[in-house]
Design a protein around this ligand. Structure first.
Ligand SMILES: [Zn+2]
Length: 166
């Protein structure tokens, strides 16, 4: 028989998740959990981020707040697409975007958050635009002489792709 131990009262998890740009001028927060999270493989997100794809956390606008640095935020409006993307004017970090189609939502890059947002990115938008140079979990090996660098061996010709390992 084990004696009952009195557990110290655990702190409740934070009710907000904070995000910030690279230079730290702009800080934002959302109430958690976020509404949803997703990967966007479309050209606009790819180029705006300079990355293979972008991963976003979608928040209700009323649960999103800019805490500091509002004067550093520069908008780029694409009227044709109905999308306004906001960047930090100092460091160029993509901060959030909003669309005329979903005016009650704000989408913030997942990478800007320093804590969990309450949603895992389980959705892939515009997956048909996935680039063939996007890393998709291929097997990697260490590169001799370069600690921390891994590389993917070139695919052999006339051989079917191995099945995914997960
Ligand atoms: Zn910045």
């Amino acid at each position: 028989m084990t004696a009952k131990t009195t557990k110290p009262k655990t702190l409740s998890p934070p009710k907000t998740a904070k995000a910030q740009c690279l230079c730290g001028a702009v800080t934002m927060e959302i109430d958690v959990p976020a509404r949803w999270a997703f990967h966007d493989h479309g050209a606009a997100a790819r180029v705006a981020h300079g990355a293979a794809y972008a991963t976003y956390v979608g928040s209700w606008r009323k649960r999103f707040r800019i805490l500091d640095g509002e004067s550093y935020i520069a908008p780029f409006e694409n009227e044709t697409a109905g999308i306004t993307r906001h960047f930090c004017a100092t460091c160029g970090t993509p901060l959030y975007y909003e669309t005329t189609r979903s005016p009650h939502m704000v989408n913030i890059p997942r990478a800007l958050f320093t804590s969990r947002t309450g949603r895992e990115p389980r959705y892939h938008l515009r997956f048909n635009e996935l680039q063939d140079w996007t890393y998709a979990g291929e097997a990697l090996g260490p590169l001799k002489g370069f600690p921390g660098v891994l590389f993917e061996r070139p695919k052999k010709k006339k051989r079917a792709l191995p099945p995914p390992e997960f």
